[in-house]
Design a protein around this ligand. Structure first.
Ligand SMILES: *Cc1c(COP(=O)(O)O)cnc(C)c1O
Length: 384
């Protein structure tokens, strides 16, 4: 099956026969526990909903299928998924090599939580894979990457980094939240684990916090599945239903996000109010060739530096119509924010030098009419 067909059907095939009604949409299974006929084994395949729940299982199956992986696991947030991967695979004394331009919450998890367990992280500029290789130590266990990064839209070469990882017997984790499996499938490029915040594009409607991991490795799956049950940060049945529903239109939404982002990026590149535009779909992006070779599209996220200081940037985002001034991303509605003052304000506090300019504005380009979005930009530029 192709992507769009899988996005609509996998995990939700209608069931017939005794006790089944042929539902086209899977029920939200609210039962916390499942009765059995014999003591030794669960009759219907389920025991207790923290361990496994039919609605969550349907979502996990679909997520695996879209990433072309063997297994999926759904968590109560992207960070819960990340924390479960780390708990499952690391011991005290281990070391991680990470991209120095990660999601702020991931950096907080690494620097404020893992530190207490004597787990060390080295941040490198992974745009050049040699930097990743050079940072590997005897106790390194995981290479943790995001591509493209947030908010500077930098890329790393998943294939080369996965090769380096294999040569050193390490585990490559790719946060694929920005691209989604519609535009990028890291497992096909050699990565071991994909993590997602389903809160963003996968659910796509800004009404559910969730996370996921996908892998094809039996051992890694067993370890993470064990932690999912042992720690319990699972996605609820209702949220599982929401993400299953959101996924049905993922391919349609992603095409629109990308078309709008590209037009907005081109508009910004022409504007005399703008210093620089960061969007991997522009030929001016320094890694445009890598973007073309490892992604099937360029996504809906872009950033730009406005001519002026943070005062002009603030005035711009506070005045612009249609775009909500808000953190988060990936919903059908357009959002705008200033990373240095909002999403990434705490990052420097953790000692990470990310060089995020204070006049940088990040946009999650929604799927409204592009002409209205560009008109809103025109108006807001006039007011700074
Ligand atoms: C939002 C986000 C996360 C964290 O996910 P939550 O669902 O907010 O816990 C992780 N990585 C990236 C790239 C994100 O955008």
């Amino acid at each position: 099956m192709r992507f769009a067909t899988k996005a609509i059907h996998v995990g939700e095939e209608p069931l017939f026969g005794e006790g089944h009604s042929g539902d086209v949409i899977i029920p939200i299974h609210l039962s916390t526990t499942f009765a059995r006929l014999e003591v030794e084994k669960p009759t219907g395949g389920y025991e207790y909903s923290r361990t496994a729940n039919p609605t969550r299982s349907a979502l996990e199956k679909r997520l695996a299928s879209l990433e072309n992986g063997k297994y999926g696991l759904a968590f109560s947030s992207g960070l819960a998924a990340e924390a479960s991967v780390l708990l499952a695979l690391l011991n005290s004394g281990d070391h991680i090599v990470a991209f120095n331009d990660l999601y702020g919450g991931t950096i907080r998890l690494f620097n404020k939580v893992l530190k207490n367990f004597n787990i060390e992280v080295t941040y490198v500029d992974a745009q050049n894979p040699i930097n990743v290789k050079n940072a590997i130590k005897k106790n390194t266990k995981i290479l943790w990457m995001e591509t493209p990064t947030n908010p500077l839209l930098r890329l790393c070469d998943i294939k080369i980094i996965s090769q380096i990882s294999k040569e050193h017997n390490l585990i490559t984790v790719i946060d694929n939240t920005f691209m989604t499996p519609y535009f990028q499938r890291p497992l096909e490029l050699g990565a071991d684990i994909v993590v997602h915040s389903t809160t963003k594009y996968l659910n796509g409607h800004s009404d559910s916090i969730g996370g996921a991991i996908i892998t094809s490795n039996d051992t890694l799956y067993e370890k993470i599945k064990f932690i999912q049950n042992a720690v319990g940060a699972i996605l609820s049945p209702f949220d599982s239903y929401l993400v299953l529903r959101g996924l049905k239109t993922l391919h349609v939404r992603m095409k629109e996000h990308e078309a709008n982002a590209l037009k907005l990026a081109q508009y910004l590149e022409q504007s005399n109010k703008v210093e620089r535009v960061f969007y991997p779909g522009l030929p001016s992006h320094p890694q445009h060739q890598l973007a073309k070779s490892q992604m099937f599209g360029f996504g809906g996220m872009l950033s730009f530096t406005i001519k002026g200081t943070k005062h002009q940037a603030k005035k711009f985002v506070e005045n612009i119509k249609i775009f909500s001034l808000a953190e988060s991303l990936g919903g059908v509605e357009s959002l705008i924010e200033i990373p240095s003052l909002m999403t990434h304000s705490a990052v420097t506090e953790y000692g990470i030098q990310t060089n995020i300019p204070e006049n940088l504005i990040r946009v999650s380009v929604g799927i409204e009419d592009i002409n209205d979005l560009i008109d809103a930009f025109d108006d807001a530029f006039k007011k700074i």
